[in-house]
Structures are given as structure tokens and as C-alpha cells.
Design a protein around this ligand. Sequence first.
Ligand code: NAP
Ligand code: MG
Length: 483
Amino acid sequence: MVNNLNYIGGRWSEGSTGNRYEHFNPANPSESLGFTEMSSLGDAEEAVKVANTAFADWKNRSSVERGEYLRKAADLLEANVEEIAACATKEMGKRIVEMRGEVLRAATILRYYAQEGTRKIGDVIPSSNPNNTLYTVREPLGVVAMITPWNFPVAIPVWKIAPALVYGNTVVWKPSQETAITAVKIAEIFEKAGLPKGVLNLVNGSGSLIGNAFVEHLDVKAVSFTGSNAVGKTIASKAVETGKKYQLELGGKNPLVVLKDADLDAAAKAAVEGCMKQSGQRCTATSRVFVEEAIYDAFMDKVLGFVQDIKVGDGIQEAITMGPVASKNQFETVTSYIKKGLEEGATLFYGGKTLDAPEYNGGYFIEPTIFENVTNDMTIAQEEIFGPVFVVIKVANYEEGLAQANDTIYGLSASLFTTDLNKAFHFAKNSEVGLVQINGETGGAEPQAPFGGMKESSSGTREQGTAAMEFFTAYKTVTITTK
Ligand code: NAP
Ligand code: MG
């Protein structure tokens, strides 16, 4: 039993429904990581109430002081990187090497937003009346809710919590049940950093109960959500009904286009790593690869070289280069997509099987999988698989590659590999995504730059960098008239 699951008003408590949720290690599902007690609507209500009370004081502190708490949290994350990374690896299977990187990235994000506390929060604007001083100031919104997924259990919550706090909001947070234990570790970091009571509140529990309660609550002024399109849509309509600001970061079906003039080694490496990192469970993972006919065979030879080197296993071991998928649910979804691909007539270039030998301990392991003879209208080329699978499609030329890359409901990230400057700029301009990479992996992102998608990948808002200020504050326009 994992006690002290919720952190509400500076106090740790168990959930209060009496329902328990068991956590397993996806690399070895016979290893139980314990139970967590699910929270009730009363727990969610209490969290909003204390966050609302804490807002009165928090918003009136200087942003420089608020930033200091983030800096302390960054120090503590760095000091506890091994413990937190190992916890998350056990909980959702991301290999330890990648998980350490994620924790350190979260520390970088905290430092970035700590520094934001010292930067300008408004402008002086010329008035048509010479006696007026006209200026803007950014003000916090109030209580903001964060609803987060399991695939980046540390970085995603931190990239929402850090800007929310530094700009003066108080937070209620509902992480994925799949990563409840890691979420507790993150809340502990903020507690140890000395954050005043009620400023950050963690309520673990089910999305349809606790997440929904936050979304419907009239005292919650904004909701920042990262997760699936289906849940995102219901959140958006409820946010509109209850008059809140909302931000959705959703799925992707990210293309990588390889032209005949490209560095094929770099392109093949980016395709394989861009897909297989985190066993394909990144919203920015490469999932469709379009290759110019003329270099198709040469490119696929290089892909084979990289994919053959992948060592699948329990990612708690340093030498492993691809871990399991995160849960039984993920395992079933990904394997059903592989089946579907074969049914629709695609062929396997590599992998496609689950790994069932005794040394895999019944874990949720799937071979890195690459499909060929795919057309862009197949299910595996259109739906987000969220697993270690990508499809390769031959195209006649750049124009066809671009058209097919854009032929999707999603618009998160896209890559082009080329040495042709004209095509590079053309792609940057005409690719219908929020994140473009020329000669880089679809997954590349830096915390000081805006992050988010177009089309159905996002609500059109952006996270990270100074874009976060747009979401977590509202402008106040002030005119002062003097004689
Ligand atoms: P999910 O099933 O949509 O869940 C996300 C969060 O929403 C969880 O905390 C979940 O709680 C909660 N939730 C579920 N139903 C809800 C409801 N009715 N009201 C309020 N909250 C609710 O997504 P996931 O499976 O965790 O994550 C995978 C998805 O996230 C993929 O589609 C991926 O592309 C996307 N993603 C996008 C980005 C990006 O930045 N664009 C980044 C990472 C991941 P419980 O599940 O605990 O019940
Ligand atoms: Mg889910």
C-alpha cells in the first residue's frame, strides 16, 4: 500500500473512496509496486478550496520570490535524480537512461521559469492623451488545473506547474493513475522546497472522476491538459461551458521525409531513434517515413543497421536500448495495430512480434517494428499507435512527400532530411505542424522554445518558453490620467 498519496493544503493523505488501484512493473508484471487508494470527489473539492484560499497570498508575492521556490525545487530534483528516475522506470518502463534525462530536463525547466520571475510582465503603450500613462500588466488567473499523462511523468507536469506558479497561480494537479507514485515524488520535491501550503495540490485518482471534477469546477479558472484526443475533446467542451481557459496538447502521427540528396545515415538514425525512443510512446515520435524512390533501398539498408542494434529488455539495466511499453493496455493496443497493418496488406520489414521468452518475465515487450508496402490511407498510417512501430512509404519526389506528410488529422511535428536549402525552407513554411525539424528528429524540443501542434494535435495554444505566459496569465490594461 502506498500511503500519503494526495498532497492537499500542505498535508499528505490517502484517497478516500476505499477503491484500490494496483501498480505493476511493465518489465515484469508479476512485480507489484503496491496499491494506491483512489481519491473521491470530496478530495478534489478540498484541493480546489485550499488552492483558492492560498491564491490570495501567493498572487501578492513578488514573482522573483516565487521563482526562488522553483530554483530550490530544481536543486532537489537534481539531488534526487536517481531515486525519481528509478521509481518512474519501474512504474512505466521508460529506460533509466532516458528517465534520468527527463528528470534533469525538468530541473532545467524549473530554472528557466525561476528566471522568468525576474523578467518583464507588461508594456508601456503610447496614449493618444498626453496626460495618460497607458500600460499593461500580466496577472495570474487563479486556481489552475493540470491533467497529465503517464508518458513523461516528470517533465510534463513540471512544464505546466513551473510557469503556472511563477506567474502567480495556484495549482490542482491530477496525474495519470499509471504514474501516481512518481507524482508523489514530484509533490514531495515542491514540499521540501518550502512552497507555501495550498499552492500546489496533488490529487491522484481516476481521470473521469477527479480530472472531470476539476474541469467542471467553477473555482478553477483554467485547465492545462496533455493526453489523448478523445479526452481532450470532452475537456474542451466542458471548459467552454464553465467559462475557463483551456489548453490541450494531444496526439501526433509525425512524418519524416527523406530526399535523395539527404545524409542517409543521419536520416536513418533519426527515423529509428525518433520512433523507438521511449518505445514509441512520445507524442512527437516519428511514425510515418516517406522516402524518395531513388534512394529507397539504400536508405532501408541503413535503417536495418540501426534497428538491428536495438537491445530490448528491462530498462533498469543501463545496456538496454529499448524498454517495454508502459502497461498491459498499451501492449494490447500496439499489438492490435500490428495485426491490423498485416490485415490491410502492409508487410513487415522488421520485427512485429512480442517477446515472450522466459528472460522477458512476461513483460510488455514488443520488437521494434517497421512496416513497408504501406499506403497513406491505411489505419497504421493514419492513427496514432503510440508504440515502437513506424511505416515507410515510397514517394516519387519532394512534392509528393510533403503532400502525404500533411495528409493527416494531426499536426504536431514533422522532419525533412535534405541538403537543398530551397526545399528546406519550403517545407518549414508548408508543413502543417507546430514543430518543424530540418535534418533533425521529429522529437527534438527545447524548453525555452514554444511547444505544441496544429490541426487536431492541439488547441492552438503553446506550452514552454515565454508562450506559457500567454496561457497562465491575463492582460490587465491600465490607464492613469494625471493633470
Ligand atoms: P489520456 O488517456 O487522455 O489521459 C490523460 C490524462 O487525462 C490522465 O491523467 C487521465 O486520467 C485523464 N483523464 C481521463 N479521462 C478524463 C476525463 N473524462 N476528464 C478529465 N481527465 C481525464 O492519455 P494517456 O493515455 O495518459 O497519454 C497518451 C496520450 O497523450 C497520447 O495520445 C499522446 O500523444 C498524448 N500526449 C501528447 C503530448 C503533447 O504534448 N502533445 C505529450 C505527451 C502525450 P487516468 O488515465 O489516470 O484515469
Ligand atoms: Mg489512458
